[in-house]
Design a protein around this ligand. Structure first.
Ligand SMILES: [Zn+2]
Length: 168
């Protein structure tokens, strides 16, 4: 068996993990192996039960980084809008959740967002999991969010416009 047969590369973030022949995710451009790491991180952020609800940022970051493969445009849009408010406006997860709630009441024709190539990303969910739970892991979540948001730079103006239109 050749070396590269042992690994599967995630089509969304480019993360290489041991190939366990898990099926590709539906509605996420993600390998099953990568999605498992996301589930592991979700377990951690949910169990924190923090007032700032950092879990929301993890959901948005992962969704934006794995947009495609049947993901609805509204899902991609909500994730990018979540990152926009978190990074550019300093909203915490709880506040972002409220933005999503307000948005979900609006009628809007969501169109496809063209995602960056996976090579644009410097960080993945695994970089976050490699950090010790607590302060250092939460800081890495922040870095991961920034990296994903920066990688979507070609859509920043569009995201801002949508927010200005729908949330004025
Ligand atoms: Zn991935």
């Amino acid at each position: 068996m050749r070396e590269y047969d042992h690994f599967v590369e995630c089509p969304g973030c480019g993360l290489k993990l041991h190939h366990r022949h898990l099926p590709l995710l539906e509605n996420y451009k993600a390998s099953g192996e990568c999605y498992e790491k996301f589930s592991e991180l979700s377990g951690y952020t949910i169990s924190k039960q923090d007032l700032n609800f950092i879990h929301q940022h993890v959901i948005d970051t992962y969704a934006a980084q794995h947009s495609g493969n049947g993901m609805k445009p509204i899902t991609t849009a909500f994730s990018l809008i979540g990152l926009y408010y978190a990074i550019e406006k300093g909203f915490n997860g709880r506040q972002v959740q409220r933005v999503h709630m307000l948005l979900s009441r609006k009628k809007y024709q969501w169109k496809e967002f063209e995602a960056p190539d996976k090579s644009a990303y410097a960080l993945t969910v695994l970089d976050v999991l490699r950090q010790k739970p607590g302060e250092s892991r939460d800081q890495m979540i922040r870095k991961w969010m920034m990296d994903v948001w920066e990688s979507w730079e070609h859509q920043h103006d569009r995201v801002k416009e949508i927010c200005q239109t729908l949330l004025k």
